[in-house]
Design a protein around this ligand. Sequence first.
Ligand SMILES: Nc1ncnc2c1ncn2[C@@H]1O[C@H](COP(=O)(O)OP(=O)(O)OP(=O)(O)O)[C@@H](O)[C@H]1O
Length: 360
Amino acid sequence: MTALTVQGVTKSFGTTRVLHGVDLDAPARGLTAILGPSGCGKTTLLRLIAGFADPDTGTITLGEQTVFAGGRSVPPQRRRIGYVPQEGALFPHQSVAANIAFGLSRRERRSGHRLRELLDLVGLDREIAGRNPHELSGGQQQRVALARALAPEPDLVLLDEPFSALDARRRDDTRRAVAAALRAAGATAVLVTHDQAEALSMADQVAIMRDGRLVQIDRPATVYRQPRDAGIARFLGEAVLLPADVIDGKARCALGTLVVRTPSVTGPAEVLVRPEQLRLRHDGDGPTATVREISYYGHDAAVRLTLHPDGLPITARLSGTELPEPGSEVRVTVTSDVLAYPTPDTRGSRPPGEALVRHQ
Ligand SMILES: Nc1ncnc2c1ncn2[C@@H]1O[C@H](COP(=O)(O)OP(=O)(O)OP(=O)(O)O)[C@@H](O)[C@H]1O
């Protein structure tokens, strides 16, 4: 069963087209993240789904209900959608209880049972029910905003960059609490974010948006391991992209001869190696590189190197326990197979990315 279907949606502001024929299926009870850089059209798409504005063309269906088609639009209040904006937008002079109760029926408000249930669901202490928003942390405010959105049991919950105002520590806790609450409520949710770690860690499905187009929709592990093109690879975490020549499933590049996971690619190409695929040794085989700098994160570290003899910059991600010294020379090996993308002048008339990568 599909909970939300967006088909062929376009939207322009004045003469500027912001969305170019967007298609999206968000499965019921799943969390879909729309991930893309600032200004690519994510919020615009979310607002069209919510009904705050109308598409120029296309259709939007929620379960069995067509909410936009052929210029006919169901108003937002009749779409059964819960919306969590960037900064909770709670009513500032009302208590947590009153904020959440906004979405409840009079009977539910009187019993107090549903309020307690919602506070438990989003992982908030029942004792905060009497506080006003300014007496809560940013993370608690976002959980209240989610509880308010979930209160009327909507068919769909939309979240627009809901964690962007939180500091790193709170963001992580709040993300996990929100994802758990959405799952426990069995909600279908669409989350908009420009943070790839957020999308990859929270979502069941990630839709990558670039310049008003959804360019890849897949499970998190698939978009990370099998990005459709080099641009998506770069956008989703650190990517080492090296020029290569591919023959019979083997790529010859500055990191040696590597096994390619994309059998259809042959000839001049770029290979994608993720930093965690690299191992460094002080002796043995493999190309040599000089350690330039190390960013230490505690649990692991990013080691930036220059490869010999051409000086290509690469990054390895290693556990924080066995790090080389800056300035030292190391041997570099690649631990697993890689993806290859034909270099642009070999693509001919093929649309970018098409048939280059096999998806799971
Ligand atoms: N009401 C509007 N009138 C004119 N232009 C708009 C309007 N709303 C959005 N835009 C433009 O449409 C483009 C997409 O905006 P949108 O807010 O959807 O991007 P976004 O991906 O959500 O960005 P961000 O992550 O920064 O919020 C931007 O260039 C923006 O300036």
